[in-house]
Design a protein around this ligand. Sequence first.
Ligand SMILES: Nc1ncnc2c1ncn2[C@@H]1O[C@H](COP(=O)(O)OP(=O)(O)OP(=O)(O)O)[C@@H](O)[C@H]1O
Ligand SMILES: O=P(O)(O)O[C@@H]1O[C@H]([C@H](O)CO)[C@@H](O)[C@H](O)[C@@H]1O
Length: 165
Amino acid sequence: MPSPIRFFQSPEAFLAAVPRPGILCFTNGCFDLIHPGHVQYLAEARALGDFLVVGLNSDASVARLKGPSRPLQDEAARAAILLGLRSVDAVIRFDEDTPLELITALRPDVLVKGGDYTPETVVGREIVEGRGGKLVLLPFLPGHSTSRIEQRIRSGRGVTLEPHE
Ligand SMILES: Nc1ncnc2c1ncn2[C@@H]1O[C@H](COP(=O)(O)OP(=O)(O)OP(=O)(O)O)[C@@H](O)[C@H]1O
Ligand SMILES: O=P(O)(O)O[C@@H]1O[C@H]([C@H](O)CO)[C@@H](O)[C@H](O)[C@@H]1O
């Protein structure tokens, strides 16, 4: 029996397919090259409720946000890798520059981002808190970023040759 489709192309498709869980947690991002910081924070995000939805930037959205060298993996691949994590229950693609429309439609109980953000820089915080939900910023795992991995690849220098900070 194939696993149920868990990569949705819109919030409407998700809402039509998935009964409202108890506590719905939501986070979003590009998730181009998954690293330990992603894995840790997504596991912690899932533990905040009963269901974790990840809003995933489309390829065009990532390119606008991170530059023409990105994404390094297309949205289908990025979604497949996220859905391979036990902590991720569903992925919803969004093509806009921000997940505001997605968050407005989804009405999550918990909005989650990593510690590289502040409450003032998290899109959707007012929507979620205005409906009685909460924003949670999870600890940032230092030394891990997709950009850093990309830089290593482009420089031809692996971790053993990386200048020590
Ligand atoms: N090291 C980390 N520890 C914890 N959370 C992280 C870490 N890096 C990114 N995140 C979180 O992962 C989500 C997706 O971020 P993103 O895909 O931009 O990762 P990134 O590694 O920062 O990528 P890039 O270097 O391209 O900006 C965001 O919510 C962000 O807060
Ligand atoms: O992967 P990123 O760059 O952490 O994800 C971005 O997050 C932005 C964030 O939600 C702002 O609070 C979002 O606007 C952007 O579209 C990316 O998802």
